[in-house]
Design a protein around this ligand. Structure first.
Ligand code: GLV
Length: 322
């Protein structure tokens, strides 16, 4: 009997069609939305494999509702939506989609750096509301990006891609990671302690996964270490920042501004954040290009096909299950 693969919601092609060549595919919901927990629990009972997105929380209760499940393939690089330890205890492989969204996310990091520094969104608003009355020497001044210091928190692929772009802006690069990164060192980046990075950077950009160590890594204390002229950029995961503390810091002028793509409790945002003119807010668009989303779906599907055809998926995040 063909294996049964449950996909939580429609995904771009090539995704489902690759899997359909080797298995039976069921879609939990057919609309462009995340299934409710009840819908997922009802649909997962006879699934051999689950292909899910970051909008679905896959915890022990969901895994218990899927007694036949052997693989959870996440269509995302981050996998904080999955209780990986619970999956491992049940012998379930978890895979992600690294690599293919690196450049798109680094581009968006840069969109936020430039939009924050040069007040791009505020400027657009000036035009649309008829407030632009002509060029003025003091009108809507931002800050230079060229030649400033960019501090990268997390040394991984997306940080490296953001750093490569920063070289063109002749930026001074600092980074924090558990170990030194040869790729970042090659770009001239200096490995420093987090507190030093926060004190010295003009732009602090977050590129860490979300885990127990990084939750609220940027809290009130961290924000207070930043320069009052500095900007915080987050294209990683919302809970890495204490969003209530950030709203206070934006209001009090503890920092100059923030460019955010991710939030602590998506799709909600902290009270007061929307009213901060010095925050540029995007709706989790890091990997949102047609090419990248299609590549993510392909990799997620290839992980499923690899498993079903007897190989080890190349993007296993819990290899200890083998
Ligand atoms: C997007 O946020 C991802 O983790 O793929």
């Amino acid at each position: 009997m063909a294996a049964r693969v449950l996909i939580t919601r429609p995904i771009p092609e090539p995704g489902a069609s690759l899997i359909e060549r080797v298995a039976e595919v069921a879609m939990c919901v057919r609309e462009d939305r995340s299934p409710t927990r009840d819908e997922l629990i009802a649909a997962i009972a006879d699934a051999d494999i689950l292909l899910c997105l970051l909008t679905e929380t896959i915890d022990a209760e969901i895994l218990d509702a899927a007694p036949k499940c052997k693989l959870v393939a996440n269509m995302a690089v981050g996998y904080n939506n999955i209780d990986v330890a619970a999956a491992t205890r049940r012998g379930i492989i978890v895979t992600n989609t690294p690599g293919v969204l690196t450049e798109a996310t680094a581009d968006l990091t840069w969109a936020l750096i430039l939009a924050s520094a040069r007040r791009v969104v505020e400027g657009d608003e000036e035009m649309r509301t008829g407030r632009f009355h002509g060029w003025g020497p003091f009108y809507m001044l931002g800050v230079d990006v060229f030649g400033k210091t960019l501090g990268l928190v997390g040394p991984g692929r997306i940080a490296q891609a953001a750093a490569r772009r920063a070289v063109g802006f002749r930026m001074n690069l600092l980074y924090r990671g558990r170990k030194a990164s040869p790729e970042l060192e090659e770009l001239g980046a200096k490995h420093v302690e987090l507190d030093d990075l926060l004190r010295e950077s003009d732009f602090v950009s977050l590129h860490t996964p979300l885990n127990a160590e990084t939750r609220h890594l940027i809290d009130r204390r961290a924000l207070e270490l930043m320069k009052p002229t500095a900007y915080l950029i987050n294209t990683a995961r919302g809970p890495v920042v204490d969003e209530a503390a950030l709203v206070e810091a934006l209001k009090n002028g503890t920092i100059a501004g923030a460019g955010l793509d991710v939030y602590e409790d998506e799709p909600r945002i902290a009270e007061g954040l929307a009213a901060c003119p010095n925050a540029t807010l995007l709706p989790h668009l890091g990997s949102a290009t047609a090419e990248t989303r299609s590549a993510m779906a392909r990799i997620a599907a290839e992980n499923v096909v690899a498993f079903l055809t007897g190989s080890r998926p190349s993007n296993t995040v819990n290899p200890e299950v083998y």
